[in-house]
Design a protein around this ligand. Sequence first.
Ligand code: BGC
Length: 717
Amino acid sequence: MEQSQLTDLLGQMTLDEKIGQLLQITGDFYSDKAEERTGPMTQLGLDEDDLANAGTVLGVTGAEECRKIQTAYMKRNRLHIPTLFMGDVIHGFRTIFPIPLGLASSWDESAAETMARVSAHEASVSGLFVTFSPMVDLVRDARWGRVMESTGEDPYLNGKLAAAMVHGYQGDDLLADTTRVAACVKHFAAYGAAVAGRDYNTVDMSERQLRDMYLPGYKTAIDAGAKLVMTSFNTVDGVPASGNRHLFRDILRREWGFDGVVISDFGAVKEMISHGVAADERDAAKLAIKAGVDIEMMTVCYLRHLKDLIVSGEVPEQVLDESVMRILELKNDLGLFENPLRGADAEAERTVVMSKQHRDAARRVAEESMVLLKNDDATLPLDASRKIALLGPAAKSTDLLGAWSWKGQEDDVAALDVSLREAGIQVSTVDGDFDYLQPSDQAVEEAVRVAKDADVVVLALGEPSYMSGEASSRSDIRLPQAQLDLFKAVAAVNDRIIVTLFNGRPLDLSDIQSAKAIVEAWFPGTEGGRALADVLTGAVNPSAKLTMSFPVSVGQVPIYYNVDNTGRPYENDPEGKYVSKYLDVSNYAAYPFGFGLSYSKFEYGEVKVEDHEFDADNPLKVSVELRNVSEREGTEIVQCYVHDLVGEVVRPIKQLKGYERVTLAAGESRTVTFTITEEDVRYVHADYELDSDPGDFDVMVGPNSRDLSKAIRVHLF
Ligand code: BGC
């Protein structure tokens, strides 16, 4: 449709029809069985006219189902405006990829793009037009269950990965390519900073910090062309995001020029009553529409009260019209007026969803996402000629998909024991189930007996998937006690333990440090068992590196590498009393941001700069020679960090400004060069302007945020 036709269409709409466009409800409202519809309809107080006008649908999939709903809907809608199917496709549709925190550990934008591309293809043939991804919340607190859904603690890396996802979902031509879906950046803003890591809790930080650290990731994803933005559940500076005009009108729309659709999070408009900033639904509707929230997800404050607010003059009709136009434009950008089913195709659904090609892609990404945290005495890869025991609750578990994988099926997953056997490794296991939290005494005794008899024990531990994700915060981020007890009992009879972990957050692993090797496999998805088996056998050489720090103890949380300098830095005086430190635990992470080992061994040469001075026209060129000094090919993620020595406001002691995945054959070496521009070292000043400070900077390169080269001093003019 031409823009003028959209304007005409808007002109023909009644007030009720316009307000209807702003409502999102779930698919059960459209069930053709009246008895299934009645419950939800009564609960929200909707009638058939409301259903005929509701603009978008949440969480329905299946080409046939969507076709049925769309056809019936368009008949009932007076102006035949199509509805729009949205859903959460977060790390795969049916073919599940590693959780985003695992995917991020690949530091591989092409892996992020592949995940999104495959997800879009499966979702689009199954009838979806929009996915609620990427989630770009910066995270520093591993207690928060939703860190699994994030890509970590660094704004630069988060932005890069989110932009790659947006491109993977939307492609280059969303209108023409019906195998793509529109992307929705969430949760705007700063949802990851919930106080004490408790989900839905208050967020409170300075506006400068918000702009400097938390907003850039979202902005990069929005600049990549994402069509929608979702509000967050939390408050920002005392105002819930879904009613926060400053966030949405001032920053998102005016400063950043975002002209796409803003959708509230699930129920978040009405929740402003619980927050205590709205007296009732009418008040909540007024706050949300004034803030610029176009679609209200799953509550009916707009539906019930917007008309009255407009008639009374409290909300100008123009504000409503702008929201409706954005929704119509989104439908038009997706080509729905001409093709209301878009890519939904029952035949393609059968061949595309879970195709071999998609499973292979998920397996490759999973291989790239597993972090080798420890490997003493080259215990890994496994020596197939030894007697290997595979024990622990995750040994036979198919709970490898992780949260936010509603279309994934455990039946598609090969567990670790099955995968190792497929890979030709014979392992002894115990019979029966082994519970994650309360294994039977008999199961534990049997495990100890098998461990005693083995040369090496692979102990498959972790969190069940319900322990991370939404509403799944934990105050104790160690492994469940029963698993620590199991580790101890096994360690008493066999000291060659390799721990593998399936989990959704950084854990405190202090209690299992006597393990010879530790592999963080996250929730690796449909092909994750096989990917882990390949890492264990050595068919795959691990290359992943953490994007979120693992603390020594939960008491250090929030812990992150890019901390601000303090007036009494611990580094200057580790023995001193009056320095910024704890009495009982170090300041540092057990495994820092950027950390991960390989079966290869890499050496870094001297870091060099082409010129010690740089300016807006002449960027800094930093190079280092990387050598693979081992017998096998491997991939190293080389990282470049910068410290702005004197800023107008306190600057972090280091910030990631470049990274590269480098694959080297045995004995090979290569010079890796980073280009750092003046723009790269800009930051948000006290007046919220993004600018750089001329002066001295330190540049460091290395394998992780802790083990960096000696700093090279450079000067910005
Ligand atoms: C979550 C969102 C999600 C939405 C729709 C909410 O509970 O916070 O991330 O997109 O539900 O399912």
